[in-house]
Write a protein that binds this ligand. Structure first.
Ligand code: FNR
Length: 367
C-alpha cells in the first residue's frame, strides 16, 4: 500500500477545503482516495451536493454593527463555538496512522464538536480522552440488541453527550469508482469498537433476492428506534433524513434532532442534494425542531446558505479525511480554521453579526 508521510507544515497554497482534496490525491493510495472521494453509481447526487450550493445566491444587508458579533450557537444544550461539527467518518486509519485520535486532537484545538463513527479504528474511550469539545457517538445498530446495549454503555461511560443513529445506510451503496480501483478495507484496518462477527455480512449472490432478504435482515426499523429511546437518556439524533414524512414521524416519536443528509452522495444515487431537501423538512417540522445538514459543505458561504434555509448547524465529511491524509491533526485543525475564517468573513459581508441573524432573507428566492 502506498504511504506518503503526512506533512509537518502546511503548504502556503492550501487556502480552502478543496485544496486538501487536491493534495490528498498524491498522499493516498489510488484505491483509498477513490473510496473516500467516490459517490454511488453515476454520482448524480454527489455532483448535485455541490452544484445546488452554487445555485443559491446570497442577499446581503449593509452597514450593520458587528460590535458583539460571534459565530457561537447553541444546539441540544451545548454551546458550540461555531455551527459546524465533524461528521462521522469510519476507518480513519486509512488516511493516517493515528486516525481518529489525530482528528480528535484537531477537534479539541479548534473547539469543534466531533461525531465518532461506530466504524472508528481507535477505541471510543481513547478518542474521547483527546478532546474536551463536545463529543457525539454515531451508532450503527448491531445485529444483536445486547451488542448495541453494550456499545451504548461504553459510549455513556466515556462521556459522549449524544447518540447519532445513521439510518440511510442499512447496506453500502455501490461506489463504482471504488470498485473499479479494487478497493477493499485492508485487514489491518479494523473497526475496533465492534467485534468482527458484529459487522455487516458479506453479500451472497446465490438467490435472486439475496441482498434484499439477507443484508436487510439486521437493518434497523422504526421499533428499534423506540427501543433505543428507552435505553438511554442521551439525546438521539437521526442521520440520513431526506423525506419530510420521515422527519415528521421521527419528531413525533420523540427523537431530539435530525440530520438532513444523503450520506455525501455515497448511498442512494438519485437523491436530491441535502440542501435542496432542507426547506420542505424545515417547513414540516416548524421553526424550533433542531435540524443539522451535511453533504457538500465546503465553504463558509455554504454554512450560511444551509442556516438560511433552515439548518441549525452542519457537518463536514470528506474534507476531514483529506486534511488528515495530508497533514494529520495539524491538517484537520487547519482545515477547520479555514472554514471558521470563511464563515466569519461571509457573515461580515452578508451583514449577519450573529448566527441567529441568518434566515431566508439572506438569500435570493430561486428564479
Ligand atoms: C462517511 N460517512 C459516514 N456516515 C456515518 O454515519 N458513519 C460512518 O461511518 C461514515 N463513514 C464515512 C466514511 C467516508 C470515507 C465518507 C466520505 C463518509 C458519511 C459522512 O458522515 C457524511 O454524511 C458525508 O461525508 C457528508 O458529505 P460530505 O461532507 O463528504 O460531502
Amino acid at each position: 500500500m502506498k504511504y506518503t508521510p503526512p506533512l509537518q507544515n502546511i503548504p502556503a497554497d492550501i487556502v480552502c477545503l478543496d485544496d486538501y482534496q487536491r493534495y490528498a490525491k498524491d498522499f493516498l493510495a489510488h484505491d483509498i482516495y477513490e473510496y473516500i472521494a467516490a459517490g454511488a453509481a453515476d454520482e448524480y447526487t454527489l455532483n448535485r451536493n455541490r452544484s445546488a450550493f452554487a445555485n443559491i445566491e446570497l442577499k446581503p444587508r449593509l452597514l450593520r454593527s458587528f460590535s458583539t458579533a460571534s459565530t457561537q450557537t447553541t444546539l441540544l444544550g451545548h454551546d458550540l463555538a461555531h455551527p459546524f461539527l465533524l461528521a462521522p467518518l469510519g476507518y480513519q486509519q486509512l488516511c493516517h496512522a493515528s486516525g481518529e485520535l489525530a482528528t480528535a486532537i484537531a477537534a479539541d484545538a479548534m473547539d469543534t464538536a466531533m461525531i465518532v463513527s461506530t466504524l472508528a479504528t481507535a477505541s471510543l474511550e481513547d478518542i474521547a480522552a483527546q478532546t474536551d469539545a463536545p463529543k457525539w457517538f454515531q451508532l450503527y445498530f448491531q445485529p444483536q440488541r445486547r451488542d448495541t446495549s453494550a456499545l451504548l454503555a461504553r459510549v455513556e461511560a466515556a462521556g459522549y453527550s449524544a447518540i447519532v443513529v445513521t439510518v440511510d445506510a442499512p447496506l453500502s451503496g455501490l461506489r463504482n469508482r471504488a470498485q473499479r480501483a479494487g478497493f477493499q478495507i485492508p485487514p489491518e484496518i479494523e473497526a475496533v469498537n465492534i467485534s468482527p462477527s458484529q459487522g455487516t455480512p458479506a453479500p451472497t449472490l446465490k438467490g435472486q433476492n439475496s441482498i434484499l432478504q439477507q443484508l436487510m435482515a439486521p437493518a434497523p426499523q422504526w421499533q428499534d428506534l423506540a427501543w433505543l429511546k428507552k435505553q438511554t437518556t442521551l439525546p438521539i439524533i437521526i442521520k440520513g433524513v431526506i423525506n419530510p414524512d420521515d422527519a415528521v414521524q421521527l419528531a413525533d416519536m420523540g427523537m431530539d434532532a435530525i440530520i438532513v443528509s444523503n450520506h455525501g452522495g455515497r448511498c442512494l444515487d438519485g437523491l436530491p442534494a441535502s440542501i435542496d431537501a432542507l426547506p420542505a423538512i424545515r417547513d414540516a417540522l416548524g421553526a424550533d425542531f433542531p435540524i443539522l445538514l451535511d453533504s457538500g459543505i465546503r465553504r463558509g458561504s455554504d454554512i450560511i446558505k444551509a442556516i438560511a434555509l433552515g439548518a441549525n448547524a452542519v457537518l463536514i465529511g470528506r474534507p476531514q479525511a483529506f486534511a488528515l491524509a495530508v497533514a494529520g491533526a495539524l491538517g484537520v485543525a487547519h482545515m477547520l480554521r479555514l472554514l471558521k475564517e470563511e464563515l466569519e468573513i461571509t457573515m461580515a459581508l452578508c451583514g449577519c453579526p450573529h448566527i441567529a441573524d441568518i434566515n431566508r432573507d439572506c438569500i435570493f428566492t430561486p428564479r
